[in-house]
Design a protein around this ligand. Structure first.
Ligand code: 4AD
Ligand code: MG
Length: 480
């Protein structure tokens, strides 16, 4: 079963060790690539990774090695003579040997090792991850430097990576230009005052000198929307996908201080329906891609983390999303038998308990709620000019468990509406440039933002937003 031994002079650990030159010339395979080989020919290969299990029997040593490229580990079979004290769960190794057909049903191929080199030993007793243990997410969160080596976080991070590519592909295939909007900005797009201000840590300013590094207060961006609006005025359809920051003092399972947002902006759009169409299409196409490209990783969540989520997701994918106005939503909430902590009233924002009720009411199909009260929304949303119940052309997409997944609107592109509104809000000076956009070749336009972590929670059924981002930032915690 085991391959021929290297007869070079530079023997290490045991007689089966090939020389460095020999080993380095052997083809290096990712675990995923090795597992995908259909008809292994017994050729020499090398695999590098971390030991997920070691099992020694009289005649044979079994290892499972994983390098993060797949949920499944590669089985390595070796002569027990290759075992060493340092070859433990958690250690990093390089295995060189022959890829052969496996006699076991559970895998197609296995690696018959000629040599196993422990690259970095691991003290298993002190290592926070334990062999054959499914650690709860709260436990893993204490070890942001190690949790990516657990099955659940590594599956999540592969899904996150695939979803990122799928989002970029979706927009590319639909004619959008990708724009890098700035992280540092002098505007608070949402006007909610939830900005982190940025100044140099160690700069001493001379007396009389402007107190700000940029001469004006600068913030970490809460949204790339306003910069996208500039770009939509030249490229028609644009998107951005980057980190956004909110100094929102919330410890909830759906808020982070740093999260990723997918934002799109479209010129020549006059109806909210057109925006809803993009949101629904984006959600469904990206999810179908993720389901087909990461089926094993998704299965881990749907089977072990959130049983029942597969059926819930299917319900979201197979149905056309529901559309209702904010006014209808308030009426439904008022008629509800359920006692809410916040009494639903026209003019008040929808709370997450309301959002969850509405989705439940709609048979757990995602629901678009449109035309929100004018007084609740930022300056840039288009005035619907609708009298007593004064609304703007805003739309939120609500999904089961998570609540608000996307928020968007048609933008106010009429100077005679925008100028007095900015004036009332004391923002006229700040947004002179925005007013100018309306004066020089403006178009009716609109866009939306989708919280990427909320998206991942929606498809996978993960309860806490802190478990769908590699390094979560939230009040009282900025670890690493
Ligand atoms: O509804 P929001 O605040 O909308 C905007 O920022 C618009 N300027 C976007 C646009 O039109 N281009 O945020 C958009 C989405 C929310 O629906 C939610 O999914 C997510 O971003 N989000 C958060 N996700 C995690 N943690 C937070 N603190 C979040 N705040 C918003
Ligand atoms: Mg919102």
């Amino acid at each position: 079963m085991f391959g021929a031994r290297c007869m070079c002079l530079f023997l290490r650990r045991c007689s089966s060790v090939p020389c460095a030159k020999h080993a380095a010339s052997t083809k290096l395979l990712r675990v995923r690539e090795a597992l995908e080989v259909q008809d292994p020919t017994g050729g020499d290969v090398r695999v590098q990774g971390w030991v997920h299990s070691v099992r020694s029997q009289k005649q044979i040593l079994f290892l499972h090695v994983n390098d993060g490229s797949s949920l499944e580990s590669l089985q390595v079979v070796a002569d027990p003579g290759l075992e060493s004290r340092e070859l433990t769960f958690g250690s990093s190794v390089e295995v060189q040997g022959k890829l052969i057909k496996s006699p076991h049903k559970r895998q197609n191929v296995e690696l018959a090792a000629d040599n196993i080199r422990v690259v970095g030993p691991c003290d298993v007793l002190a290592f926070p991850l334990k062999y054959k243990t499914r650690h709860p997410p709260e436990y893993l969160r204490q070890f942001p430097h190690f949790r990516c080596r657990s099955n659940s976080l590594s599956a999540l991070l592969r899904i996150r990576s695939e979803a990122t590519s799928a989002i970029h592909s979706y927009f590319k295939e639909n004619g959008y230009i990708h724009v890098h909007t700035p992280i540092l900005t002098s505007n608070d797009c949402e006007g909610a005052g939830e900005v982190f201000q940025v100044e140099p840590a160690n700069e001493v300013r001379e007396p009389g000198e402007n107190p700000h590094f940029f001469n004006v207060p600068a913030f970490l961006t809460v949204s790339g929307q306003l910069h996208l609006e500039v770009m939509a005025g030249a490229f028609t359809k644009v998107f951005t996908f980057g980190p956004t920051f909110r100094a929102d003092n919330s410890q909830s399972r759906r808020h982070l201080a740093e999260f990723y947002m997918v934002e799109a902006e479209l010129s020549f759009v006059e109806s909210l329906q057109d925006l809803m169409q993009v949101m629904e299409d984006l959600f469904k196409k990206v999810t179908n891609t993720v389901l087909s490209k990461c089926s094993h990783d998704v299965e881990l969540f749907h089977k072990h983390v959130a049983p029942g989520q597969e059926a819930k997701l299917e319900q979201m994918l197979k149905n056309t999303f529901i559309i209702m106005s904010y006014t209808e939503a308030i009426e439904i909430l008022k008629r509800a038998r359920q006692e809410f902590t916040y009494k639903p009233e026209w003019g008040q924002d929808l709370q997450s308990e309301h959002e969850r009720y509405l989705v439940q009411h709609c048979g757990r199909i995602p629901v678009f709620v449109f035309n929100y009260p004018y007084d609740l929304k930022p300056f840039y949303m288009r005035d619907n000019e609708d009298g007593v119940h004064h609304t703007v052309a805003a739309v939120d997409l609500l999904v089961p468990e998570v609540g608000e997944l996307c928020g968007g609107s048609l933008r106010e592109d009429r100077v005679d509406f925008l100028q007095p509104r900015l004036q009332r809000l004391g923002l006229e000076d700040t947004y002179q440039w925005y007013l100018e956009l309306c004066r020089f070749g403006s178009t009716p336009h609109g866009g939306f933002g989708m919280g990427f972590e909320r998206y991942l929670r929606t498809i996978l059924g993960v309860e806490n937003i802190k478990d769908v981002i590699p390094f979560p930032r939230f009040p009282n915690s900025c670890v690493l």
